[in-house]
Design a protein around this ligand. Structure first.
Ligand SMILES: NC(=O)c1ccc[n+]([C@@H]2O[C@H](COP(=O)([O-])OP(=O)(O)OC[C@H]3O[C@@H](n4cnc5c(N)ncnc54)[C@H](OP(=O)(O)O)[C@@H]3O)[C@@H](O)[C@H]2O)c1
Length: 252
């Protein structure tokens, strides 16, 4: 296989946490991977660590036409786009009834609208190339359950879950598969920061782990493994699915 035959993946939000591990895993699977995010420093460091198969393209997905420009940059650099991982997101915590509209908008802009715009731009590139493709949306267990103070984030991830099933049906004739991966609590900088703010971080971690049937908090590798599987040709008959990577939490 020549370098140009290798499939190309775009991973949004790959300057931190789960996205970095997804990029690493896709590179290990032989794909060329474009790492994206807002932080140039972290993005370039991730791409450098992953070697020649990886490169970084900066994008703030809340900016006008950012998704379109990002996908265009990938296609221009690599000549193709086969896999999109919609991973970029922001967290939001706060009492539902008192959350200002500006915070609701900001959460939806990144977690739902930017992901939708990336899906549209990547889907058009895949349609034009006529080779099909795989789109994987990183949602959350909170797309399906309620946790106090997480309603706005939940609703944004619920929108992404609904988009997954609707897009899977509409894009299936084009050979474009659309699936979701729904992580439970996962050890990332986001989680560590949250745990550190708790009155007793060690006790908090024990309590969280005890609430999970598999009795541990996920690591980014757990999520990346599911994404890598959905990106592979052997997942050719899977579309419109949502795979929970939550240690059995949703099964309770
Ligand atoms: N960690 C968990 O417990 C957990 C649980 C369930 C679901 N998830 C989901 O898993 C995914 C990854 O989470 P994580 O914990 O790895 O989060 P993280 O460490 O905070 O990483 C979030 C990524 O999103 C990027 N991002 C945020 N806003 C952006 C914007 N406007 N434009 C472009 N990129 C933007 C960030 O890039 P920059 O900082 O460079 O802008 C960063 O790379 C998210 O979709 C999250 O909702 C996480």
């Amino acid at each position: 296989m020549t370098a140009d035959d290798r499939r190309v993946a775009l991973v949004t939000g790959a300057t931190s946490g789960i996205g970095v591990e997804i990029a690493r895993r896709l590179v290990a699977d032989g794909l060329r991977v474009v790492v994206s995010g807002r932080s140039v420093e972290r993005g370039e460091a991730v791409a450098a660590e992953l070697g020649d198969a990886a490169s970084f393209v900066r994008a703030d997905l809340t900016e006008e036409s950012a998704a379109e420009a990002l996908v265009a940059a990938v296609v221009e650099a690599h000549g193709r786009l086969d896999v999109l991982v919609n991973n970029a997101a922001i967290d939001h915590t706060g009492p539902l009834l008192d959350t200002p509209a500006s915070e609701v908008r900001a959460t939806f802009e990144t977690n739902a609208l930017a992901a939708l715009a990336c899906l549209q731009a990547a889907g058009r590139a895949m349609r034009d190339a006529g080779r099909g493709g795989a789109i994987i949306n990183i949602t959350s267990r909170l797309a399906s359950i309620g946790v106090p103070t997480m309603a706005v984030y939940s609703a944004s991830k619920g929108a992404l879950l609904a988009l997954t099933t609707a897009a899977a049906v509409e894009l299936a004739p084009l050979g474009i598969r659309v699936n979701a991966v729904a992580p439970g609590m996962t050890r990332t900088p986001l989680f560590e920061a949250w745990a550190a703010e708790q009155p007793d971080p060690a006790e908090t971690e024990r309590r969280v782990a005890a609430s999970i049937p598999l009795q541990r908090i996920a690591v980014p590798e757990d999520v990346a493994a599911a994404v890598a599987f959905l990106a592979r040709p052997e997942a050719a008959y899977i579309t419109g699915a949502s795979i929970p990577v939550d240690g059995g939490y949703l099964a309770q």
